[in-house]
Write a protein that binds this ligand. Structure first.
Ligand SMILES: *[C@@H]1O[C@H](CO)[C@@H](O)[C@H](O)[C@H]1NC(C)=O
Ligand SMILES: *[C@@H]1O[C@H](CO)[C@@H](O)[C@H](O)[C@H]1NC(C)=O
Ligand SMILES: *[C@@H]1O[C@H](CO)[C@@H](O)[C@H](O)[C@H]1NC(C)=O
Length: 476
């Protein structure tokens, strides 16, 4: 308001030519309101399912460590805080298959299972251990399907349902308890290897019949299994592992899953409703009392691009800045997970579904990774607070558990702006402020910050750039 009044006054007395790019622009003011509290953030992440993790396992040093830093380092990389692993269901490791720990079911559901653990889990155990060493503590273990021997179609691919859920009767019996035990076994194997799985899912795109691993399910059928899985986790001292469901192909179907799970009385057994963004994009706030995660999305169609901005292409870094913003700030998500962290050149005609292209012993980083890096100052457990103001600016603000205030801002305008951030509704004692920018030429690069007498912090960001401020309280 103050700004538009002063501009109007200026226009009345001064020819407009005074506003050339050489004249210092007035700062665009973003006001943070600490008294307004919204959702608690679980984090940001990637997957390396379908043996993509092996691309990193097979890299030689120093590239391997460079790549791990790009993904997990909170001061030099994207600082991701979630890893989504695929729980394998396939009986072999051919191609990009994720192999199961139960290649052969016992002849009846209550028979003793013969689990086979290769200590690799398609490269994902190694990547999980590395991520753990970087401080990652959120591991989402997600089965695309039950082993085929527990399903109506006897195959872990090509659809089919879990024997025992409503509408899915099998001559071999009800395999729900056996599948729950199987998921518990997987979690225990990870725990034995030093990685605490925090969330478990048992479906991937259950509204889509895939030629690869997958299992069909409605929200109602998912609830039939959740009612078995939940007490099984409790009995095994795993009540702190959250059940996520159901990784639908898009927002509409996932909203349907949420309401069906609620109608079936299983909502309170779920940690997060999980959605992808392929068949319908995230818009508005989902009707559920649970947390909501976006667990898989990417540009599957575009050819490999490392651009920050190329006319708003689906693979542009700037597009992803806005996509994550839409989910976290406008749609109440508590987690946003990109699809593949890494992928090779050959898969899917070298498309944009990865953040980093690993090509044998070399790699190339896309700007999508740096769009995510701008969010790395928002740590797990942060609470979103109010943020508003500034022309052509989209802003989100968060109070981290350590008391620091993280502000993530997108400049939607085409010209550079000075952004000034002011905290209201509370105070940050003796603050120190840092800011980072990503744009066409910068990758989460620290920029100069000026702190005014009134405590507001300002820095500049280029047109279609992204700027993040971290306001840290000093020693008391
Ligand atoms: C992150 O990168 C910094 C700078 O290179 C390095 O000092 C630090 O050890 C890295 N963090 C981890 C956990 O490796
Ligand atoms: C149960 O789990 C907790 C934390 O996950 C652990 O500290 C404890 O030792 C476990 N107890 C048993 C009996 O396994
Ligand atoms: C946002 O999600 C949280 C759970 O993360 C929920 O408690 C809250 O009610 C949701 N807000 C709205 C407006 O639906």
């Amino acid at each position: 308001m103050y700004l538009s009044l002063s501009l109007a006054a200026l226009a009345a007395t001064t020819p407009l030519v005074a506003c050339t790019s050489l004249a210092p622009r007035q700062a665009q003011k973003v006001t943070i309101d600490l008294s307004k509290n919204y959702q608690t953030i679980d984090g940001f992440g990637i997957s390396a399912a379908f043996q993509r993790a092996n691309l990193i396992v097979n890299l030689k040093e120093p590239k391997q460590t460079e790549l791990l830093n790009l993904l997990w380092n909170t001061t030099t990389g994207a600082g991701f805080s979630i890893l989504r692993n695929g729980i394998g269901s396939t009986t072999d490791s051919n191609s990009d298959h994720m192999n199961t720990i139960l290649p052969k079911c016992p002849s009846s559901p209550d028979g003793t299972p013969n689990y086979v653990w290769d200590g690799k889990d398609s490269g994902q155990l190694w990547l999980s251990q590395k991520a753990w060493a970087y401080g990652v503590r959120t591991f989402y273990a997600n089965a695309w399907s039950a082993p085929g021997c527990m399903k109506t179609n006897g195959n872990d691919a090509n659809g089919g349902s879990l024997c025992g859920v409503s509408g899915a009767k099998c001559n071999s019996g009800d395999w729900r308890q056996a599948f729950a035990n199987y998921l518990v076994k997987y979690i225990q194997l990870y725990a034995d290897a030093g990685v605490k799985v925090t969330h478990v899912g048992f479906l991937n795109e259950p509204d889509f019949t895939a030629s690869y691993a997958g299992m069909l399910s409605s929200g109602t059928q998912a609830a039939d299994f959740i009612k078995v899985l939940y007490p099984t986790l409790q009995k095994n001292n795993l009540s702190d592992v959250g059940i996520n469901c159901c990784d639908g192909t898009g927002w509409s179907v996932s909203s349907q899953h949420a309401s069906q799970i609620a109608a079936a009385g299983a909502e309170n057994m779920v940690y997060a409703i999980t959605s992808h963004e392929y068949s319908s994009r995230i818009s508005g706030v989902m009707r559920t009392t649970r947390r909501v995660w976006q667990t898989e999305y990417s540009d599957l169609n575009g050819g490999w691009s490392t651009a920050w901005y190329s006319n708003g292409g689906a693979g542009d870094g700037f597009t992803w800045a806005n996509t994550v913003f839409n989910g976290i700030v406008q749609s109440n998500l508590t987690a946003y997970i990109f699809w593949e962290g890494v992928q090779d050149r050959a898969t899917n005609n070298n498309n944009n579904e990865k953040l980093i292209l690993v090509d044998g012993q070399s790699y190339t980083v896309s700007k999508r990774l740096w769009a995510f890096a701008q969010w790395r100052i928002v740590r797990p457990g942060a609470v979103r607070v109010g943020a508003s103001g500034g022309s052509n600016l989209k802003s989100g603000a968060f109070v981290n558990k350590d008391g620091s205030v993280a502000v993530v801002i997108i400049n939607s305008g085409t010209s550079a702006q000075t952004v000034s951030v002011a905290v209201t509704g509370g105070t940050v004692a003796t603050p120190s402020v840092k800011a980072w920018v990503t744009d066409t030429s910068k990758d989460m690069v620290a920029v100069d910050v000026t702190v005014a007498a009134d405590g507001s912090a300002s820095a500049s960001v280029s047109g279609r750039g992204m700027i993040s401020f971290l306001i840290t309280p000093g020693a008391a």
